[in-house]
Ligand binder design. Sequence first.
Ligand code: NDP
Length: 341
Amino acid sequence: MPTNHEILLASRPVGAPTPENFTYREAPAPKTPAGGVLLRLLWLSVDPYLRGRMNEGKSYVQPFEPGGPIASGGVAEVIESDNPKFAVGARVSGMMKWAELQAHEGAGLTVLDPAQGWGKLSLSYALGVLGMPGMTAWAGLTIHGRPKDGETIVVSAATGAVGTLVCQLAKRRGLRVVGVAGGAEKCAYAVETLGCDAAVDHRDPELKEKLKAACPNGVDIYFENVGGVTLAAVMPLMNQFSRIPLCGMISQYNAVEAAPGPDRSGALWRAILTNRIAVRGFIVSDHSGKMGEFLAEVAPLVASGEIKTRETVSEGLSNAPAAFMALLSGGNFGKAVVKIA
Ligand code: NDP
């Protein structure tokens, strides 16, 4: 009788998640559901938004429940099938539980067809540059950033899954690109590999001054992934009629209370008003109808090597919580993925 391994949410994290918030356990192997498939997980994605799903309360997706499964993007092999759309041996991507074997009804699964280029690319790219984070970068920049040749963009979390593609696409669209990342190695990568014109470390006490020096014509687009001190440093540089695609606020995800100090929201709103800044929060699923357009542009550039990709790969399902916890404090460089089998 084959056994399975799975990870459950043991309890809701308060502040930064700890290993005690997760349960790794042996479980009986699931059976193929009628009309569905049995999957063997190959790759698992860990993403910042999972932190929000571990909290109770209203958001744009249902929260995970203590004692229940955690799910995120995954790539798997079909090992049994009761659905003609999914042949045994096919590789598929979609939302998957944190479990080595899983019964799946089939809804929302995409076949990664070798004839469409997946034979030559790592299947993990379906979780990164050619998946949800890549689509987020493309949609945020194209639809909400509305970039024009010669403009200046600042990209926070520049060397992460979303940021790496925003930087490279913005450069291809003729912008001056300034990355913000944590540490000298990531900043060097942003300039030397991603093609940024400059990069600034968000932990540098002179962040404000260095960012200003890197943006002599002000900032036309701020691709916001983090909030906190980076947002505070960028706001005074925003030009009139500039745009802020508001993609993420990772510096706040583990916060249990408001940051100490005076309430700066009045000054923030005033800067938005006087500079007529278009701030647009968005969720990648808002643009799922444009997935084909995104892939038509980006997939050939990834295949040819013109778009560079980087991954931090952890090994084994039991290491998924550690990979997720590291992501929230900059432990990843590029897309964080877990190789399961
Ligand atoms: P990344 O691969 O960029 O990993 C997260 C990175 O965030 C870390 O590596 C770290 O980079 C940075 N970070 C963590 N804490 C802080 C902090 N306090 N201040 C500044 N930077 C910090 O993740 P993704 O590319 O997957 O996601 C980036 C952002 O985009 C997240 O906010 C995420 O929630 C959001 N997102 C939004 C989507 C949407 O639909 N709106 C979809 C996907 C992602 P460093 O070492 O440089 O500090």
